[in-house]
Design a binder for this molecule. Structure first.
Ligand code: 5GP
Length: 183
């Protein structure tokens, strides 16, 4: 049913599965003796972090933050608001932020600066998707599943007006969807 709103599948379910396995392998090599705090950014991280955690073969803890930058629409405002903060102290911890997509880089840049200010030993970023063409700040995610073109995508956690997060793949929406949801 949701499929009929999708114009093009950019990253298939199988591709996601193999990327998550590869990322898990690389992270297990790098973090096996660090007991990191893995932080997911709600709500988009949910499918990704849930799949990724199962591929991480080392001691870790998890926590979540909810920050907003897109306000359910299409464009980044650069205005980042903390809606839900961490419940775990980061001082003296190695932190790994798990993100669904990095676009302008503003969200991750702001969170990374905050966590370092709070005393994190290191802050690295794993993202399933990277849109380097959208970048407005200098930021390179440390672990990337795949790079995608500068298009607005939904699925596997990513929403349009809070919908489509439950698609098991990543794709673009048909223009008719935007037309029908415009106010
Ligand atoms: P940034 O601060 O890097 O511009 O934005 C990061 C956040 O913007 C992501 O966590 C995600 O919520 C949202 N975002 C960026 N690009 C897209 C996209 O193509 N589709 C959706 N649904 N959200 C996006």
């Amino acid at each position: 049913m949701l499929n009929r709103d999708i114009a093009e599948v950019l990253v298939s379910r199988d591709e996601i599965n193999s990327m998550v396995k590869q990322l898990g392998h690389a992270l297990t090599e790098d973090y096996k003796s660090k007991n990191p705090l893995v932080i997911g950014l709600l709500k988009g991280c949910i499918p990704f972090i849930s799949d990724l955690l199962k591929e991480l073969d080392f001691i870790l803890e998890i926590d979540f933050m909810d920050v907003s930058s897109y306000h359910g629409g299409l464009q980044s405002t650069g205005d980042i608001k903390i809606i839900k903060d961490l419940s775990t102290p980061v001082k003296g911890r190695h932190v790994l932020i798990a993100e669904d997509i990095v676009d302008s880089g503003r969200t991750i840049q702001a969170i990374r600066a905050l966590l370092l200010y709070r005393g994190a030993l290191s802050v690295k970023v794993v993202t399933l998707l990277d849109k380097p063409k959208g970048r407005v700040v200098e930021l390179q995610p440390d672990y990337i599943g795949t790079t995608i073109p500068d298009a607005f995508v939904v699925g596997y956690g990513l929403d349009y007006q809070e919908r489509y997060r439950n698609l098991p793949y990543v794709g673009t929406l048909k223009p008719s969807v935007y037309a029908s949801t415009e106010e």
